[in-house]
Design a protein around this ligand. Structure first.
Ligand SMILES: Cc1cc2nc3c(=O)[nH]c(=O)nc-3n(C[C@H](O)[C@H](O)[C@H](O)COP(=O)(O)O)c2cc1C
Length: 332
């Protein structure tokens, strides 16, 4: 099986960018320091100075490769300029077109480009524009979900598509421990991209109550009830909290606009009001009715039993996977 590091890291483990403000410098640096690839998340609006600050702060915490995620559905041109100017190791892209021009521009300054895709067709377009790796997101994933396929079918198809090209395929969705890591390798992936497990770590900027719910609850649902006005047509997977269970059949004409304000958050340094059904997950600054806010989580959430330091999560993933592979070798 393809046991190797990817994108200049020791291991094939990528910490997913966690929006809008959950994977900050502390989490990204902790993952990178432990041999994985930590990913920051750029704001959903133009904030080039803030992006530079995030990158520089992360550099002060690690000398290992790290990256930053940009959601192309939101304003991003100024942020991108700073990311290329700062020559961050990896630019992760989601929900928009990864163009040949952008890949070329990034490569000219030594930045690797890694889109997250949710379909075979999207993967084909990524290969054609010369990306450096592809994150394949399955419907099992937490947060927004761009495709419909399960990892078990989509990953091997993308692996076959990539063929002999040196483009690591990275599986994302429902992977929490060494067993998931090895399963992804068995499908032909060379790495895994993990969101929910890293959300439930000491260094993540998620609100402590949200972290506790990730340990407490074990069921998720694919839905579209959060953030319909701000990010239309963007389904997501959330924890089945009592609030979600009460509102899961929200009529299609309803959205977060004109709903009561249930809390406040500082997101990337900007104060925001949280209305009921807003798509913003609670971070460490959030006040108000936290239990009634969106709580994204992947299908693997039932396997999370503890909030751990991110480095420990990574160590367990690697050791767990190595043990399984060793046992398989011993048995044959
Ligand atoms: C709280 C949360 C926020 C996320 N934000 C982003 C994001 O900003 N950009 C992105 O590309 N993916 C985002 N994702 C999706 C991840 O990239 C990844 O596909 C997913 O976490 C993998 O599934 P898992 O959560 O089961 O590990 C987010 C996921 C979660 C749980």
């Amino acid at each position: 099986m393809g046991w190797r590091g990817i994108l200049g890291c020791e291991y094939g483990i990528v910490q997913a960018p966690l929006g809008p403000d959950i994977s900050g410098p502390e989490l990204a640096a902790a993952v990178s320091n432990a041999g994985g690839l930590g990913l920051l998340r750029a704001p959903d609006w133009e904030a080039p100075d803030h992006v530079r600050e995030l990158i520089r702060k992360t550099r002060s915490l690690t000398d290992k490769p790290f990256g930053i995620g940009v959601v192309l559905a939101f304003p991003h041109e100024e942020n991108l300029k700073v990311i290329l100017d700062e020559k961050v190791d990896v630019l992760q892209l989601y929900w928009g077109e990864c163009t040949k021009e952008l890949v070329k521009e990034a490569h000219q300054v030594g930045v690797k480009v890694v889109p997250q895709v949710g379909s075979f067709e999207e993967a084909r377009r990524a290969v054609n524009v010369g990306v450096d790796a592809i994150i394949v997101q399955g419907r099992e994933a937490g947060g927004h979900i761009i495709g419909q396929d399960a990892l078990i079918t989509l990953v091997p198809r993308v692996v076959d598509l990539v063929g002999e090209k040196d483009i690591p395929v990275i599986a994302a969705g429902g992977i929490v421990d060494g067993r998931g890591y090895v399963a992804a390798l068995a499908l032909g992936a060379t790495g895994v991209c993990i969101g929910t497990r890293f959300l439930a770590t000491e260094e993540s900027n998620a609100h402590p109550l949200y972290k506790r719910k990730l340990v407490e609850y074990d069921q998720t649902e694919y839905t579209d009830i959060f953030g319909r006005a701000r990010w239309p047509g963007a389904p997501h997977r959330v924890l089945k909290t009592p609030f979600f269970n009460d509102w899961r059949s929200l009529p299609p004409n309803e959205n977060e606009v004109n709903q009561p304000i249930i809390g406040r958050s500082t997101v990337h340094g900007v104060e925001k009001q949280i209305h009921r059904f807003t798509g913003t997950v609670p971070n460490s600054t959030t006040t108000g009715d936290i239990e009634s806010m969106a709580m994204y989580a992947g299908q693997g959430v039932g396997l999370i039993k503890q909030i751990l330091p991110a480095g420990e999560v990574l160590r367990r993933l690697v050791e767990g996977a190595q043990l399984i592979i060793q046992r398989q070798c011993d048995a044959t």
